[in-house]
Design a protein around this ligand. Structure first.
Ligand SMILES: *Cc1c(COP(=O)(O)O)cnc(C)c1O
Length: 411
């Protein structure tokens, strides 16, 4: 895994150059595009700070990244920043998830929700088109700890949901329960399965055992494809894993990944990332998108080029080595928190490659949950678990303060 780190002046130069390559509504006689720069009364482009702020400059220039730029020739008006998005997608697909050069497609989606729904949409259409699947033959399989975008997507796409229970302490999918549920669905007439694997759940940071889950489905001899929800873990788990792990494009069972840069990467909201194997995103083609040059393969339609620039700037500012160091720091702080909980015999769940600690609700008094804004697994009734997410703002000092509060020491 390697991508180069760029100094601020290099980033500035590249973004400025990209914006110059983009169409400038001020210079050219643009009469047809239903797009323009941001309102100049409010967002004046001669504000002096803009000179040194490439992201803000991009926002003001307001390029539209509609469509999928790894795939087709898109609107030439924004080719400069489209190339930046392509570089970002390449870093994610090739360096983080080990795709071979040119064997992926992807785009910056509005978030993990959209990326997950795009994945389900593609696979649903794949089964319809390639297998003639009828309504009532495709099911979406995911664990009880999965994000709510799964039921949301299943509802939108008329997919049958199979929610598989997890073990209370390990948060792992129960193979017997998975087999039983899929077998039952098979008997009911379901023939095609979209299996969602969590490369970290939101509440626990648990990572589904993809090998176990796929061998359950293999044993039942049903046809399935795998989508990986890395919206939470995508920018930390692959970096924390020093040894080989099964969550890459080298795993032939995986079709697509979702990532969220607006969580751990600390980029602005609107920066989900969708990645798929080459040849799959075509199943989300909307032929009727005639006015869009290159047509549309995404769920969202118009989207801001500034979002792609923001994520690209962050990943390029760190470089792969800087990103490994940054995530290692989060993991270390999480390790230390867990040791402190161990010393106090406070029960919790934590995946060793993740920065989430879910503490048993009964071990943390309600005032402390509220004081430190721990997130409960449910807002209805007493929570079974309350979680801490060790992000950049969750400093050692704040964690110490939490531990002191637990000890009943007031400071
Ligand atoms: C946050 C999250 C999502 C949804 O992401 P949004 O960016 O809020 O749409 C999906 N899956 C997981 C695991 C998440 O943590």
């Amino acid at each position: 895994m390697y991508w180069e780190k760029y100094a601020h002046h290099t980033i500035k130069e590249k973004v400025t150059k990209a914006l110059r390559q983009n169409l400038d509504y001020r210079d050219r006689d643009v009469l047809g595009l239903p797009a323009t720069f941001l309102d100049p009364k409010v967002f004046y482009s001669d504000a002096p700070f803009l000179k040194d702020a490439p992201y803000m400059q991009t926002m003001v220039a307001n390029p539209n990244h509609i469509g999928c730029h790894t795939l087709t020739e898109a609107e030439p008006a924004f080719s400069g920043t489209h190339a930046i998005e392509r570089d970002l997608i390449k870093i994610c697909a090739c360096e983080i998830f080990k795709s071979k050069e040119g064997e992926y497609d992807g785009y910056v989606a509005s978030g993990g929700t959209e990326a997950n729904i795009e994945a389900m949409w593609i696979l649903r259409n794949y089964f319809r088109k390639e297998r003639g699947a009828k309504p009532g033959e495709i099911a979406l399989v995911y664990s009880q700890d999965s994000h709510y975008s799964m039921p949301k997507g299943a509802n939108l796409l008329s997919l049958h949901s199979i929610v598989v229970p997890v073990a209370e302490e390990t948060r792992q999918i129960q193979p017997e329960a998975l087999k039983e549920a899929v077998q039952e669905a098979k008997e009911e007439g379901f023939k095609y399965f979209i299996l969602v694997m969590n490369m970290s759940t939101t509440m626990f940071g648990s990572v589904d055992d993809i090998g176990t889950a796929t061998s359950c489905l293999d044993a039942l001899e049903v046809e399935y494809r795998v989508h990986v929800d890395g919206a939470y873990g995508g920018f930390i788990y692959p970096f924390a894993c020093k040894e080989e792990h099964p969550y890459t494009f080298e795993n032939p069972k995986i079709v697509s990944f979702s990532l969220d840069a607006h969580k751990l990467v600390q980029s602005p909201y609107g920066t989900g990332i969708f990645l798929a194997r080459k040849g799959m995103i075509e199943y989300a083609l909307t032929e009727e998108a005639q006015y869009v040059k290159g047509k549309d393969y995404t769920l969202v339609g118009s989207r801001s080029g500034a979002n792609a620039v923001a994520v690209w700037m962050i990943l390029r500012t760190y470089g792969s080595e800087g990103w490994v160091a940054k995530t290692a720091d989060l993991i270390e702080r999480t390790d230390r928190l867990c040791m402190s909980l161990d010393e106090r015999s406070i029960p919790y769940y934590r995946h060793p490659k993740m920065n989430i600690v879910a503490i048993k609700g009964s071990a943390v008094p309600q005032e402390i949950v509220q004081q430190f804004m721990l997130v409960p697994d449910t807002h209805e009734g007493k929570p079974s678990w309350v979680k801490i997410v060790v992000m950049e703002h969750v400093t050692q000092g704040k964690l110490d303060k939490f531990l002191f509060a637990l000890d009943g020491v007031s400071r």
